[in-house]
Design a protein around this ligand. Structure first.
Ligand SMILES: [Ca+2]
Ligand SMILES: [Ca+2]
Length: 452
């Protein structure tokens, strides 16, 4: 599972929260490191982000600044300025990380250009690198304050867009599923189609039959976790204890992962990986919706983390105690018919484009074959010409009573009546040399169609 929103600040905060002083804290540090390890922001530069943070936290000065920094300091770039004061050794390691990242991005660019068949011989790396916003492309060899600032701001922005992108991705997944279903049904005869349609409808109905799902974050939902997962007495339900129990990394806040873990019990009422009718992709979408619902109501300072204070305040609200049923995904379709039509049109366009590319390739192949044949014919013609020329030379030499010339034009005294063959070969070699020097076409003409 991905940690979409416990963004840079959290990563930074986790790193600094672990200064080993006594045994207990050493344990804590091990736990924190595991935590950082297990987190995946889902960003394509996730590894670079983590490594930069890891290196930065080895610097005592930066570490100290981090401990006193607040969200604003980090967001507005004030923290990045502290980079000028970190040790030389740390700077060198950061420079190295940046060079590695730039080199990785170059490889990505190259792979992308190769896949689109763009002529990449004159690739302008410096300007192409500008499309990556998480580092400063103007300076490819050193990690500067600007790099840290860009890394933090880009990661924050990207993580904020991440949920929206996930919803969009899910929608496309559902549309593709429906498209394939319709195509499959189209290919059947009427009798079979009706049977299949009925079978599919039954599965759909079966999926919809499930116990009622409690609204995430409501007292009913939390009590169920308390009772069935934590195995505690329902009469003793206590929000503060509940919070502490589920703050599994003990950093004082519930992050998105910890929150999402609370919904497993509810999700299991609807989704079972063993059932044909239950789609686990839908389960993950449902989990995301639940987390967003709770964050919207509970995370009042919008830092994508639930503090104890925010949590306790939410339990005092009226909605918390009013039992409400959660409307699951199957209640309404993820897309409209028009959206599906548009999606199918896009699919058709893509298919046609692929077909066009295939046709072009086939034509090129034909052209190459034809050219090969023409070259072969040309080669034979030259060979014939060479033979004829050598015969003429030989005849001429015989007529003049001279021995034929050697490869270097030297005289070779061999009476033609005794050693006919050797003389012929020597002359042939000579003529071939002459042909090459006269620049007769040895290469095919360079008018192959270019790739598009
Ligand atoms: Ca936590
Ligand atoms: Ca919060």
């Amino acid at each position: 599972m991905k940690l979409e929103g416990a963004w840079v600040l959290l990563l930074l905060a986790i790193s600094v929260s672990s200064v080993p002083i006594d045994r207990k804290e050493v344990h804590q540090e091990v736990k924190d490191e595991e935590q950082v390890e297990s987190m995946d922001t889902g960003l394509y530069y996730d590894r670079y982000l983590r490594e930069v943070i890891e290196v930065l936290e080895t610097d005592p000065h930066f570490r100290e600044k981090l401990q006193t920094a607040n969200t604003e300091d980090i967001k507005n770039g004030r923290l990045s300025k502290e980079l000028d004061l970190v040790s030389h050794n740390v700077r060198t390691r950061l420079d190295e990380l940046k060079r590695q990242e730039v080199s990785r991005l170059r490889m990505l660019l190259k792979a992308k250009l190769d896949s689109t068949n763009t002529q990449s011989l004159q690739m302008d790396h410096a300007s192409l690198l500008k499309q990556f916003e998480h580092l400063d492309p103007n300076n490819q060899n050193a990690f500067e304050a600007k790099d840290l600032e860009l890394l933090i701001s880009t990661a924050t922005k990207d993580l904020e867009n991440y949920d929206a992108e996930r919803h969009e991705e899910f929608k496309r997944y559902e549309m593709l599923k429906e498209h394939e279903r319709r195509e499959y049904l189209k290919g059947l005869d009427q009798e079979k189609r009706e049977k299949e349609e009925q079978r599919m409808q039954e599965l759909k109905n079966k999926h919809r039959e499930h116990p009622k799902v409690n609204a995430p974050g409501s007292v009913a939902q939390l009590r169920e976790v308390w009772e069935e997962t934590d195995r505690l007495d329902p009469k003793e339900f206590n929000p503060k204890t509940f919070f502490k129990l589920h703050d599994t990394n003990e950093d004082g806040v519930l992050d998105e992962q910890e929150l999402e873990a609370l919904f497993t019990k509810e999700l299991e009422k609807v989704y079972n990986p063993k059932n044909e009718e239950d789609d686990m992709m839908e389960m993950e979408e449902e989990r995301l919706r639940m987390r967003e619902h709770v964050m919207k109501n509970v995370d009042t300072n919008k830092d994508r983390l639930v503090s104890l204070d925010e949590f306790l305040k939410s339990t005092e609200k009226k909605e918390f105690n009013t039992p409400k049923e959660w409307e699951t995904l199957d209640a309404k379709p993820a897309y409209t018919e028009e959206e599906l039509q548009r999606f199918e049109a896009e699919l058709r366009d893509k298919e046609e484009e692929l077909k066009r590319k295939e046709d072009t390739l086939r034509q090129e192949q034909e052209l190459l074959k034809e050219r090969g044949k023409a070259l072969e014919a040309q080669r034979r013609e030259y060979q014939q010409a060479v033979l004829e020329m050598s015969q003429r030379q030989k005849d001429q030499a015989a007529a003049e009573g001279q021995p034929p010339a050697g490869p270097q034009g030297e005289l070779q005294f061999r009476p033609p009546q005794h050693d006919d063959k050797a003389g012929k070969v020597a002359v042939v070699e000579n003529v071939e040399d002459a042909l090459v020097q006269n620049n007769l076409p040895a290469e095919p003409p360079q008018n192959l169609p270019t790739h598009t």
